[in-house]
Design a protein around this ligand. Structure first.
Ligand SMILES: [Zn+2]
Length: 834
């Protein structure tokens, strides 16, 4: 979810949205203390229909309890990454059904691991099954129908289960140990059959750094008034919650390692991503998802996703669990999440969202506290009448980590049983998705056969990053070693234009064709409204077209004059190939090879709040990627003042003024982390500018400078209702004053990321300069959804305002959104070295 909003008029829906996916709404802490359930109240069988299966030690397999001293899911017990790894190492050594591989290291240097769980004979033959998967994933490697049938007969259903990518959604990682144990120790016929038919790739934590951060914080605060609160830092070093928004961009080490495992090596048929949501909604969400679907998804794939989900829901119901919802909240439009990337790799991706406790602390939810507001697919959390998608609402009561664990265990077992029983069908469908992707375009259509990224655009780092990311996720890209004549509009060779050698071609006839389409085409989000005419908010962003974000020209190729035998094309195998082709510095180890682009050195500070802003993290990521040195600026230092003596430039990431000024509420954090920059800090920032400093504000933080410094600028979007104006993550066109120093190196038109961002009316006067404006209302939307474009058309998008001897640079849009918008990074670097 993306969560930063700007308009107070939309505050109500924000509060609702904050309930999703593990983030507590503001003020939830006030209810927390009274919600926490007594620690040792005995449970009745009806409250906990599934007893944890703890068979006696079998074949030398130790239970988590034997190793950890507690059962995963016990109240107030949280295993950290060292303990979890230690447990999986024991299984690796002591069970023939489990082998653990390290697949990479995390951002902070910890090992990232996957446990393969299957029958011993499968575990001994993993290479054979990996080879079968590789062939089924690419039907060009299968020579005949007979070979296909043999591969399907011999192959295993490959299922991936990944836990707690969102580290405060903490129970999944704990559950993973119990799941592995139950599978390793089982002696019953049903489980043995599942183990024979499936290979489970179990990722105990997709974000081990976060697991440690949360475990440390939880232990530190256990027994204090802050028990169960969120830590005062991002649980992924750069991305925080957005670590699950990185699955086509591959900015993060964790995403890259898992992408390689999944989409270059093992091609899982089903990917199950285990999450938690807020406390007061349904107890458990499972697909089918809500509308709208991405138009590139095969209808059969949509059905398969629904089929797995219904199986899980049905098994949960059979086990006596209440409060399971389907067809709600989470949609299938967006690309970029753990469970959405599989769709663009011909696989079934699902997630579950269990209601949260306070980390590992149980809570008590009264019926009247259950969510009353209507959300997509759910009128309330306790409706008067059951519905088909929510037939058995939960009435409130105690809610414990073990309730979450038990639902997740049943869900994971249901996914495995489903894959085991439908093994051959899953494999056949998977192969067919790939085969149909290759059979493209239809002979009589004018659909493109390829996309071309023409050489000579002068943005070589952008090109290297984009092609590198595509290749890393299994997309086939080829370098043109000679010029070719390409037609962009028709199959007619006479329309063809000469395209230089060194350009890159991405053909659509490849197994991951839908991935290419979903990344290269512009998104046209359907105009969806609620009954009252308000915009119905998408689950995540509405538009993400990759070349637009990267600021690269990419053209469709409808025809190629040269016949195939005359084309000289070299497949690109890695980003290194591209860097070599373009003469860029080679990548050495983990250090970023990108040159610092600042025109002159500056003493740069980036404001870092204890509220843990994802936008701050992504800004840091961009600075680190471009080797731009900076200092993190904490509230204490802002409050102390004298900023100009230390810094030339201060950057405020996208945060509301109130969040910056007030920080974390004192009832939500120990004193050292509570409070923001305060009014004194606002005054120090103003003095910093007046004394010659440059203050750079991204998106929401412009509010602080505009209002507190009384700049001659106004956000014209403030207060508009979502029935009038709405832009939930879209790419917009801006028109640039290329003469302005902040626009150095930019073209007259650029694509900028807008996510409920700002548009300014700026007084034309001495000391106020508009660097970029939103384009006219018919041209401004490039990709995504924009309701009411006339409200921002022609308004200022990027403004420089002089104040005293310094200046404030106001970015209305989000120039560094999720580290993806390379096309607008030059604005940032110019602003810093102005
Ligand atoms: Zn989540």
């Amino acid at each position: 979810m993306f969560l930063r909003r700007t308009s107070p008029a939309r505050a109500a829906s924000v509060a609702l949205l904050l309930l999703l996916c593990g983030l507590a709404p503001p003020g939830a802490s006030a209810q927390r203390a009274r919600r926490q359930a007594p620690p040792d109240r005995p449970r009745t069988r009806s409250e906990n229909p599934r007893e944890v299966n703890t068979p006696p030690r079998v074949g030398g397999v130790p239970s988590p309890r034997e190793v950890l001293g507690f059962t995963p899911g016990d109240d107030r017990k949280l295993a950290d990454w060292t303990q979890i790894r230690n447990y999986f190492d024991r299984l690796d050594r002591e069970s023939e059904r489990v082998v653990v591989h390290q697949i990479g290291t995390t951002t902070l240097g910890r090992p990232l691991v996957v446990a393969f769980v299957s029958a011993p004979e499968n575990i001994r033959d993993l290479e054979k099954y990996k080879d079968i998967q590789r062939r089924l994933a690419d039907p060009r490697l299968v020579r005949s129908d007979a070979e296909r049938d043999r591969l399907i007969m011999d192959g295993k259903a490959v299922v991936a289960v990944s836990c707690s990518i969102h580290s405060t959604e903490v129970v999944g990682s704990q559950m993973s140990m119990q799941l592995a144990y139950e599978l390793a120790a089982a002696r019953d016929g049903a489980t043995l059959e599942v183990l024979r038919n499936t290979i489970l790739l179990l990722i105990p934590s997709a974000n081990p750094d976060g697991n440690e951060i949360v475990a440390d914080w939880y232990r530190k605060t256990l027994g204090t008034p802050f028990e169960g609160t969120e830590p005062p830092e991002l649980y992924h070093h750069y991305a925080g919650h957005d670590n699950n928004r990185d699955w086509f961009m591959l900015n993060l080490r964790e995403t890259r390692a898992i992408t390689r495992l999944f989409w270059k090596e093992w091609f899982p048929h089903v990917v199950y991503d285990v999450h938690q949501q807020g406390q007061t909604g349904s107890r458990f969400f499972i697909p089918p998802f809500h509308d709208p679907p991405n138009p590139h998804l095969a209808p059969l794939l949509l059905r398969e996703v629904g089929t797995v989900g219904h199986r899980v829901a049905s098994d949960l119901q059979a086990a006596g669990f209440r409060g399971v919802i389907t067809n709600a909240l989470y949609d299938m439009w967006w690309h970029g999440g753990f469970r959405t990337a599989p769709y663009f790799h011909n696989s079934v991706g699902i997630l579950s969202e269990a209601a949260s406790a306070d980390l590992m602390t149980p809570v008590q939810i009264k019926p009247e506290e259950l969510q009353r507001a209507s959300s997509r697919g759910m009128p309330t959390a306790l409706p008067k009448h059951p519905t088909i998608n929510f037939p058995d609402p939960w009435p409130g009561g105690p809610w414990r980590p073990r309730d979450i664990r038990d639902m997740e265990l049943v869900a994971a077992r249901a996914v495995l049983s489903h894959a085991s029983e439908g093994r051959a069908r899953l494999l056949r469908n998977f192969y067919e998705f790939g085969r149909r992707a290759l059979d493209y375009p239809p002979a009589d259509s004018r659909d493109p056969v390829a996309y071309v990224i023409p050489a000579g655009q002068g943005r070589d780092e952008n090109l290297s990053k984009m092609v590198g990311a595509l290749v890393e996720q299994g997309v086939e890209v080829q370098r043109m070693d000679t010029e070719l004549h390409l037609s962009h509009t028709s199959r007619d060779a006479r329309d063809a234009h000469e395209t230089p050698s060194g350009s890159y071609l991405v053909f659509l006839a490849q197994p991951y064709r839908t991935n290419v389409q979903a990344l290269f085409e512009r998104q046209v989000y359907p105009d969806r409204r609620t009954a009252s005419g308000e915009a119905e908010r998408p689950y995540d962003v509405a538009g993400w077209t990759l070349p637009m974000q990267m600021g690269l020209e990419v053209l469709p190729v409808v025809g190629i004059r040269e016949p195939e035998r005359e084309r000289r094309l070299t497949p690109v195998r890695s980003e290194d190939d591209v860097r070599r082709d373009l003469g860029l510095a080679p990548r050495r180890g983990d250090a970023s090879p990108v040159r610092n682009p600042l025109a002159r050195p500056v003493r740069l500070a980036l404001y870092k709040s204890w509220t843990a802003s994802m936008d701050e993290g992504w800004t840091r990521f961009v600075f680190d990627t471009f080797n731009v040195p900076y200092t993190s600026l904490r509230d204490r230092e802002v409050r102390a003042g004298n900023l100009r003596r230390k810094f030339d430039v201060i950057v405020l990431p996208s945060m509301r003024a109130r969040e910056i000024v007030e920080g974390r509420a004192s009832e939500r954090a120990p004193a050292e982390f509570a409070g923001g920059i305060t009014e004194a800090g606002v005054e120090h920032l103003r003095r910093f500018v007046e004394e010659g400093g440059t203050l750079v504000c991204f998106d929401a933080s412009t509010e602080l400078a505009v209002k507190r410094f009384r700049l001659p600028v106004r956000n014209v979007l403030e207060g508009l209702k979502s029935s009038d104006f709405y832009g939930p993550g879209s790419i917009l066109r801006v028109v640039v004053d290329t003469a302005h120093p902040v626009a150095r190196g930019m073209a007259r038109e650029a694509d900028a990321y807008f996510i409920q961002s700002q548009a300014f009316e700026a007084e034309e006067r001495e000391g106020v300069r508009v660097v970029a404006r939103y384009a006219g209302k018919d041209e401004v939307l490039r990709s995504g959804w924009l309701l009411g474009p006339q409200h921002l058309a022609g308004r200022a998008a990027l403004v420089e305002v002089e104040l005293g001897r310094g200046r404030v640079i106001l970015f209305g849009f989000r120039p560094q959104h999720r580290g993806q918008t390379w096309g607008t990074f030059p604005f940032i670097f110019n602003a810093l070295s102005r």
